[in-house]
Ligand binder design. Sequence first.
Ligand code: NIG
Ligand code: FE
Length: 411
Amino acid sequence: MTDDARWDHLLVDVGLATMRDDGAPYGAIGNAAIGWRDDRIVFAGPMADLPGAPHALAHHVASLPGTWVTPGLIDCHTHLVFGGDRAEEFELRLEGATYEEIARAGGGIVSSVRATRAAGEDELLRQSLPRAKALLADGVTTLEIKSGYGLEPEAERRMLRVARRLGEVLGVDVRTSFLGLHALPPEYAGRRDDYVALVCDIMLPSLADEELVDAVDAFCEGIGFTHAETQRLFDKATALGLPVKLHAEQLSDLGGAALVARYGGLSADHLEWTSPDAVRAMAAAGTVAVLLPGAYYALRDTRPPPVDAFREHGVAMAVATDLNPGTSPLLSLRLAMGMACTLFRLTPEEALRGATVNAARALGLTDRGTLAPGQRADLAVWNVRHLAELCYWIGGSLLRESWVAGERVVL
Ligand code: NIG
Ligand code: FE
């Protein structure tokens, strides 16, 4: 083999959780190797199938016995760009106030809006960077970040620019979602229609024009926006060629999951109150169910999403942190996976699918989420004996190293 034809990196003596659908749990291959060239995987299979001696195949070879390699984790639902925090609200909830009561009294999302509006772009980046780094330190290689704490054109724009800048600073892929319909800003009290019009007709087209929007999201809820308002936004997004997703049925059933399915949406997220009919609609549309156990945990929710129905109808389930200052200050996707097992009874394999291949689907990405030739070389190498350990350990640092598009992640 000529030098030019050699792969860049080859990891040998590892276990691979390919997450391919080949019948084996986790698509697992023991005593395996994975090699890549530039940003693409060229080999992911048993050591015995390597087409030559490792050092003849690749420039850099590492033997890592006792490790498992998974696709890099994908956090498909976060609100990690925001100003300030809501620790006081946490204390109020512990004293008995509910999330909805705090929101209706002018706290909740709106208090993060105040702090976010007050922060300049660099300050917002400074505050958000450690949160993104925490996710990466626990194996994340792609993450989604929503706007929704600006709720005015300039502040929403600033949030999305910070999301993009985080990706550049950290060398990872950040997918952005525009969440202008997150809460009604106080200055629009009594003028809901004007705010919805501002979001649909001014903010969305101009932010999309600046290529700051990969998808469009909304909070369809009693303390958020109605079915009809959400529909108006989705019509606009569809006209602009942007995919949609939705915070649906977290606190009540407003029919959001069926609505986003009707638009062929990427995902419906939360879903504690989702009805059987909506599950069927999601299955027919291929809309992913994104489970957010961090919010369920922090709000002491008692009604889990209908996981059995998702399984029965073949709805793909993803798991995400929902990292946000109010309902889910959760800085580890691996911990979200563990919570999905303990609180929602996912199997550890379902949880890992939920943070890899199904999370990629929830973002409309087909080039990552499994370990296979042709896929992006996004991988996480774990110091674990058994893959269930990824969900089993609560906290701790199991990550040995991670790679994004073939490059080693340095934090
Ligand atoms: O996904 N539900 C709406 N949005 C967030 C909460 C945001 C907040 O409270 O700041 C969520 O849970
Ligand atoms: Fe959320």
